[in-house]
Design a binder for this molecule. Structure first.
Ligand SMILES: [Zn+2]
Length: 280
């Protein structure tokens, strides 16, 4: 299977400021149109020799930054088959399209549909941890392409993407919101507008890592707010929440509740990965 590579965001644009200071640079660019690309490729080759790009999952040296080693690629479980129409839990066999799992039937979540690109398991965990805590933000474009495939139907009908917000104290500690990076790249891939201002996290919540599903629900209750001044941008719209991992769905459920109360017509969600174990 082919290994998916993605260029680093920093490789996407040439260093404009440096060129602007160099007299006659534009003329030379026209005279030798392949020179810049040749220099860039050569520079990347030198850097790769000094610091060869490594697979974020396995640590094995790979051909291009952001690429996965073949073994890591094969180990990752991509989702996309028959699933619960609401929470996206994979089904073993095809069922009618509107079928929901027992958990969703029992509690009718506030979100309409959730889809995820990967199963959250041993194979994908290190990938996500490197992205979330290890500054591997260069992986966002690759992940966004995977998410766009898993959520093609949702994105086709979407008016706006909204990343699940971090509380400002946590954002300050982490320095970036991984959901916002994914939403930004998904906006590029899908052409759907991303607006991180439509939802904010007013209350800092303890980490949900060891909490039961019910405790998670209580933990996030009242944590999010749709600013009154922006409710006009939410009313009647089909919104898509973007997050990295779906665990019990408590966070997405609470975000969807707030957005629907603000007038949203539909709230779907798209995640990078999803926990598959029984939730309730
Ligand atoms: Zn379900």
């Amino acid at each position: 299977m082919a290994v998916e590579d993605a260029p680093l965001a920093s490789n996407a644009a040439p260093p404009q400021k440096a060129e602007a200071r160099e007299p006659g640079a534009a003329t030379r660019r026209l005279a030798v149109p392949g020179l810049r690309e040749t220099l860039r490729t050569g520079l990347r080759g030198v850097l790769d020799l000094a610091l060869p790009p490594r697979c974020p999952a396995s640590g094995v040296v790979v051909a291009r930054p952001g690429g996965l080693a073949p073994a890591a690629w094969d180990a990752i479980r991509f989702l996309g088959g028959p699933c619960c129409n609401s929470c996206g839990l994979p089904f073993e066999a095809p069922l009618p399209e509107e079928t929901r799992c027992a958990a969703c039937d029992a509690r009718s979540p506030q979100y309409d549909r959730v889809r995820a690109a990967l199963a959250y398991d041993e194979a994908s965990r290190s990938l996500l941890l490197h992205f979330k805590h290890g500054d591997r933000t260069d992986l966002a474009p690759v992940f966004a392409r995977w998410m766009a495939r898993a959520g093609a139907e949702i994105l086709d009908q979407a008016d706006q993407l909204i990343p699940v917000p971090l509380h400002r104290a946590r954002l300050w500690r982490r320095r970036y919101n991984q959901a916002a990076l994914l939403a930004r790249e998904l906006g590029v891939v899908s052409g759907v507008v991303t607006d991180p201002t439509l939802l904010r996290r007013d209350r800092a919540t303890p980490s949900q890592g060891r909490l039961s599903p019910l405790a998670r629900q209580r933990n996030v209750r009242g944590a999010f707010k749709a600013p009154d001044s922006l409710k006009g941008s939410v009313k009647g719209r089909r919104l898509v929440l973007i997050d990295d991992v779906f665990t019990t769905g408590a966070t997405l459920d609470e975000c969807a509740r707030v957005l629907k109360r603000a007038g949203a017509a539909q709230v779907d969600a798209l995640c990078l990965a999803r926990v598959l174990r029984a939730r309730f």
